[in-house]
Every structure is written in structure tokens, then in C-alpha cells.
Write a protein that binds this ligand. Structure first.
Ligand SMILES: *Cc1c(COP(=O)(O)O)cnc(C)c1O
Length: 397
């Protein structure tokens, strides 16, 4: 995708391009991979892992296989509702009591694992005049949030059942190690969860409609974890939950690429150093280019002296420290680099590719973390059917 037909002045410095066809294709790949009766709760937390939660939700919302959306906070849930998303939304984390009334009013599901939440929710539901929908979180090995799968947890469910204003719509757990090669611990978590579900059904006669546990790693490699819904985040965006991408399991493609343009080209003499601290010194005549992107955009400072970008289909290694808003690369070996040349920071140029997995590894960051941290200063350009379908300007919400 060339940048001519976008508002150049705003997007030349840097832009993240998000290919909505790729997102839809990733959903289709997932659908083929899972049981026909299992539906998908697309996880859109942290602004859809930096991709932009509203355009992502809107581009997949019409799919029958999309059950609804998972988010991390009340604010993330309300943004989606305010933009007209009507499918179920579940807040996967803890919700603070200030948010209960608006959430119930907007028919947003809350995760519950504390007794005080039940009481407060019930009260809020009474005020709103509508039932509070909840999913119970069960801790089966993550030790993060959730009721224990024992008598104590069982009693909380019993309490919730007895509350008039509360509707137990779902129950779920989360894997700590589904991405590891050895699935023993993850399968143990699954067994603990299933045994607990069994107990609830047999002793309470309670049939909870929506049971779920699978994250991306489990969807890829643990088919037995597919229940009523699965909760993919990473693979929706074409990110891999761990290690090397494995196209044999699922043909996913990364939806996001990151682009800039060369703003300055200059020759260095032997002995001249580059950037703060002069950590790189030229040992020969060199040509370098300045790129107007930095850690203020979420481009990791840890890539100082380590990473590379792609210019004219070739690798241009980073020289010296990455600054807040700029960094320099070596273009000595690339012919004819000129000011205005296109630069790929994440993505493909010719035969070369830089993935979020690669950059994450190199910068001591997790690939999820890398895309989540792409800042608000970076405009987002959405592409669909080869055309630009939407743009989000720098600092725009
Ligand atoms: C973030 C999250 C997910 C999605 O995880 P991925 O590895 O990105 O698929 C699913 N469930 C819960 C509870 C989460 O917090």
C-alpha cells in the first residue's frame, strides 16, 4: 500500500497500517480450525492490542461465529457500546464498584470472583432495574483472579444463584502455560475446571450457558479446551502466542505493519559518532539516514545498536541509541537512499520481513507488549479491499 492517497502531512512521519482483510481472514482460519458449535469471543483489550478496538470490532461484528468481545476494563467495554456494538461484551478482569450501574445499564457482563462484588452488583442492579449478567472466574492454576475450584468457590456460586438480581451467564478459567510445548499443566487445569463444572451441574442443578477457557495458544494446540466459546486475542491479529509462527497449524498473517520515511541522509567520516552517548563510532566512511520515530512512539529504546529497518527492500541496521523521536540507520550498503524514501519498521518490503515476534525478541519485549505499546502518537490507517477505509489521526481516541 502506497501512501500517496492518504493525508500525507499527517502520516508521513509514521503510521501503523492495519489490514482489515487480514483480520477477517484470521477469523476465518480460526473458524475452520475450531468445532462448528464453538463461537469466538474476540479479545479487544488494550485497544485491540494496539490495532484499534472500534475498527476491529466493526470489521468482524457481522460474522456469525463472533459471539462477542472480551475487554479488560469498564472504559473499554463502554467505548464499544457507545460505538454501537450490540453483541455481548465481557470485562475479563475486576470491575470497580463505581462502574456497576453504567455497566448493567449497557448490558455488559462482569467477571465475578469476590463475594462483596455480588452484593454490590445486586444492589446496583436493583437501582438500575435490570439484572446484572456475570461470568464466574475460576482459578485453576494462574493464581491471578478467580474463585478456587473447591468448597469455598462452590459456596460463592450458590450465593450468586440465590440472588434475584444476578444472572450467571458464564463461567471460565484461564491457562497459565497453554503456550508451552509440554501441555501437562494446562491439561491439569482443564481437568480441574471440568470437574468443578460437573460438581456445579450435579449438586446445584445449575446449567451455566457459556463455559470457556481457550486463549490463542489453546485454540492452536489444545482442541479439547474448546467449549461454548474461545477467547482469542493474539491470533486474531496474526500474532503468535509463543515462539516461532507455525503456518502448518493455522495460516495466520500479521495485520499490522509500521511505516515511516527517511528525513535526512548524510555521510559520516571515520571517527564520527552517532546519537546520545556516542555509543557507535564510524570506523570508515559511511552513509546514514535519520528516521523520525522513537521510543516516544513505543519503538523500543532497547533496539539501540541492535535492530534494523527495511529501506528499498534491504536491511538498514540501527546505529547508536534510539532517541525519543528519532534514530539513525546505516544505509552505506543500500544504493541511492534519498530523503523521502519509505521505511518499514514492522512488516514486509520485497523479500525481507520484520515481525513483531522478531522485534520483541530483540528488544527483550513480548510480541504482544510491543504492539500494545505502539503509542497514540502513531496514526492508524485501516485498509480494506486494497483501499483505505478509515484513518485515526495522531492522538485521536
Ligand atoms: C488476554 C486474555 C485472553 C487472550 O489471550 P491471547 O493469548 O492473546 O489469546 C484470553 N482470556 C483472558 C482472560 C485474557 O486475559
Amino acid at each position: 500500500m502506497k501512501t500517496q492517497n492518504i493525508r500525507e502531512c499527517e502520516f508521513q512521519r509514521v503510521y501503523a497500517q492495519i489490514d482489515l482483510d487480514v483480520i477477517r481472514n484470521n477469523v476465518m482460519c480460526m473458524k475452520e480450525h475450531i468445532n462448528p458449535h464453538t463461537r469466538i469471543m474476540a479479545v479487544l483489550k488494550t485497544d485491540a492490542y494496539g490495532h484499534g478496538c472500534i475498527p476491529i470490532a466493526k470489521c468482524i461484528d457481522a460474522f456469525e461465529c463472533i459471539y462477542g468481545y472480551g475487554v479488560a476494563s469498564a472504559e473499554e467495554a463502554l467505548i464499544l457500546r457507545n460505538e454501537g456494538i450490540t453483541k455481548p461484551i465481557l470485562i475479563l478482569g475486576y470491575s470497580f464498584s463505581y462502574s456497576y450501574e453504567p455497566l448493567i445499564r449497557e448490558d455488559i457482563c462482569l467477571t465475578v470472583f469476590r463475594e462483596d462484588t455480588l452484593l454490590q452488583l445486586s444492589e446496583a442492579a436493583g437501582k438500575v432495574g435490570r439484572k446484572a449478567k456475570i461470568h464466574i472466574k475460576v482459578d485453576t492454576g494462574m493464581s491471578r483472579i478467580g474463585i478456587p475450584a473447591d468448597d469455598r468457590g462452590f459456596m460463592l456460586i450458590q450465593k450468586a444463584m440465590e440472588m434475584e438480581n444476578i444472572c450467571i451467564e458464564g463461567i471460565f478459567t484461564h491457562f497459565a502455560k497453554a503456550d508451552e510445548r509440554d501441555k501437562t499443566d494446562a491439561l491439569h487445569q482443564l481437568t480441574v475446571f471440568q470437574d468443578f463444572l460437573q460438581r456445579i451441574e450435579s449438586e446445584l442443578g445449575l446449567h451455566i450457558p457459556i463455559k470457556h477457557c481457550g486463549n490463542s495458544a489453546a485454540i492452536l494446540e489444545m482442541p479439547s479446551t474448546q467449549m461454548d466459546i474461545v477467547r482469542p486475542g493474539a491470533i486474531l491479529y496474526g500474532l503468535w502466542p509463543s515462539g516461532e509462527p507455525n503456518p502448518e497449524i493455522m495460516k495466520l498473517k500479521p495485520a499490522l505493519s509500521l511505516h515511516s520515511h527517511v528525513i535526512f541522509v548524510k555521510d559520516l567520516h571515520k571517527g564520527q559518532s552517532v546519537s546520545y552517548g556516542g555509543t557507535f563510532t564510524a570506523e570508515k566512511e559511511m552513509r546514514i539516514a535519520t528516521i523520525p520515530v522513537g521510543y516516544g512512539d513505543g519503538y523500543p529504546r532497547m533496539l539501540s545498536g541492535k535492530g534494523h529497518v527495511l529501506i528499498r527492500g534491504q536491511k538498514a541496521p540501527i546505529l547508536g541509541r534510539v532517541c525519543m523521536d528519532q534514530f539513525m540507520v546505516d544505509v552505506t550498503e543500500i544504493d541511492d537512499v534519498t530523503e523521502g524514501d519509505h521505511v518499514t519498521l514492522i512488516g514486509t518490503d520485497g523479500a525481507e520481513q520484520i515481525t513483531a515476534e522478531f522485534l520483541g525478541e530483540l528488544s527483550g519485549r513480548f510480541n504482544y507488549e510491543l504492539v500494545c505499546c505502539l503509542g497514540k502518537r502513531i496514526p492508524r490507517v485501516y485498509v480494506s479491499g486494497g483501499n483505505i477505509s478509515a484513518v485515526r489521526a495522531p492522538y485521536e481516541a
